[in-house]
Design a protein around this ligand. Sequence first.
Ligand SMILES: [Cu+2]
Length: 460
Amino acid sequence: MIRVLWLLTASLAWGHVGSPDVFFEGAAGHYRLFVTVRPPAAIPGVAEVEIRAASPGIREVRITPLPLTGAAAKHPPTADVAQRSKEDPQFFQGALWLMVTGSWQVRIEVDGDAGEGQLSVPVAAMALSTKAMDWGLGAALFGLMVFLAVGVVSIAGAAARESHLTPGVEPDARLRKRAARAMAATALVVVGVLALGNAWWKLEASRYDSYIYKPLEMMPRVEGDQLVLSLRDPGWLRTRRIDDFLPDHGHLMHLYVVRMPAMDVAYHLHPEIRAPGEFAQWLPAMEAGRYTLYGDVVHENGFPETLTAEIDLPAVQGRPLEGDDSGGPLRGGELSDGYRMVWDRDPLEVRKPALFRFRVVDGEGKPATGMELYLGMQGHAAFIRRDGKVFAHVHPSGSVPMAALGLTAEAAADPHAHHRGVPPELAFPYGFPQAGDYRVIVQVKRAGKVETAAFDATVR
Ligand SMILES: [Cu+2]
């Protein structure tokens, strides 16, 4: 029951494209942890877990992989002890096998001076690519195969020619002929076996290809002032559905709409279901242009997906934005009423987990007052690469889908903790997956208005 209640009040969906690492900042008991989980690109595969502890006094950190939901989630296997770094005693590392595709969680247990603590990080495990065979290994295996094949044929020939021969006597023409026949027959068998082996290999490879993750397809079209999104399953897991989404703060989809390539206009909208697998959204007054759409959804089992599409929009008359919908033309760090958002930048590095810290200040540079939660969060950040190929929707708790987090055991503990007053400083844990030019779009709410700021980031 608690679980169901929490799902209804669960916070915002999260999603990503091309940014599979999971970043999470949270508390395990009295210990503050920054967790990075790097899921494998192939399943089964090894997920790397990195834990940075902000709190002192930790004796041991244990990590366990377990399914996010179902009976198996209640019976965790024996935990692995994470290795403490020799150079940095606050840093722990471990590796975990993820055996099947789907929604997992990494449970982290901490033991130390302040007692025991636990937290769980949801991780979506899926095969993203087939690993190509290393050239050198391929060449070596091919050479070995040729050697073995030639060897078998010549052994068959030698056996036919010389097995009944007295030592020292030369084989006559009849024996030579017999040897040639044996070698030809053996060669045929060897070629047949190799052909069967090749067919088997190809079958396995294509079977694996069908496991490689393919997001649901989203086909956008405009009907008057409405954007209509039709979903289609291109085939992946037979259990996947296009109509089993979990609401996040009452919304089944959280849709970012970004004008490309300038990324000078961005909206955060919440389309509603019109028919199974079909969403519709009233558009605001929008300038014409090519827009990229990123739609975050979370399936019933906690598995998140980001559906992408592009659409050329004519200028839209539209309706005023309502409810939780927000966005518009971007003006850097400039907000309404003379307020500003400031990014306290740290050096940016590829794949390095970091906290991205922002402050909202008034016209005199003093910390802003009147901050509110937007969609139950202190803030929402979208990290988008200029080419649109990398997208991550991140919250101050990290790039974890909050609906999925609601399925973990600790979720029920304090779901309303963040209603106690909203500070004007916020930080998002994230790491850029690849180099490139990014735009970071940060949304907060102040004095009843959702504010959208945008910053540029170059990652080498
Ligand atoms: Cu968000």
